[in-house]
Design a protein around this ligand. Sequence first.
Ligand code: F6P
Length: 369
Amino acid sequence: MGILTSGGDCPGLNAAIRSVAKAALNRYGMKVIGIMDGFRGLVENRTVLLDDRAVSGILNLGGTFLGTSRDKPQKMLMGGRKLDMTETAVQNLRKLQIDCLVCLGGGGTQKNALHLHKEGGVNVLTLPKTIDNDVAGTDTSFGFDTAMGIGAEAIDRLHTTATSHHRIIVCEVMGHNAGWLALGAGIAGGADAILIPEIPYDPAVVAEHLLDRRRSGKRFSIIAVAEGAVSRAGAKARAKENDSRKGRKKDRNGDEEQDGVSPVREPMASRLARELQQLTGTEARVTSLGHVQRGGSPSSADRLLCTLLGTRAAELLAAGTYNVMVAARGGRAVPVALEKIAGLRKVVPPDHDWIKSARMVDTCMGDRA
Ligand code: F6P
């Protein structure tokens, strides 16, 4: 088997590589080849033979020792041009005599793996990874629990300084299209308002909530905001903009990708903090957690999930079950046809119990519900 990690990294990737490889090597006597830097390493034929020693001692290590990239085989920047490198990827897998390619990644990776299967006849098997928790077909993805814990701890810490200074602190949490991380960390950290992409917010509603708190004697407030959250006015403008920039790879700050390198992103929460300071007359500060949430050691829950999903992956490979994602469902690891979930995104449903519970403990979700 070949194994690669693709898309943004997250805590738990090494634990997942370890569990797939250890079970495949020791239990089933397979040969395991690590592919460097995601699909780019596959196209450029950069590999490393993995034995038991190579995958030992990495359970608790953050990142991915194989390296990762956001490249896709069907549209890869090569010598300044974006080319379809699917055929090269398939040929390289043949040369390496790889019977099945195991891909660890998020939503994009599920699509790329299915593409290799459909266009190149490659046997693939995937595991759901992402701190955003937005992979469809699985209850959760590894990396999410760790990132949520980091977010909650940050919000805890912000509480003490916000209280001392009687300030508003806006804490930006990752999650471009899905609000799971901001919602989970916000509830666990006791944020007073939680703003997620699924519920466009009204700054006046948030400000009113903060003023209510002040009137009741609470002189500080913490807002957990997902990086992809938008105001109601912003949501309309964004829809228009998306129409006019179809096909062009522009960043949310309006900057374009240069030679395959995506632009540096500014925290989006600064604008919200300025607005809230103006509307409430209370001093505001901004903290953007950014990649801190993707770094460091995985939580115990993530290590456990990686081991469960990874060993099940090896078991499925040994049985010749391919073209599936190993999903977490009801505490078990089950195969789900890639065809059914690739291209779908799991966002927070507006009637989700987490949202209901947040509202019931007086957390403002930025709307008038
Ligand atoms: O895919 C996970 C994620 O961390 C998102 O939450 C975030 O928008 C994005 O990756 C950041 O990507 P990059 O590391 O490429 O800046």
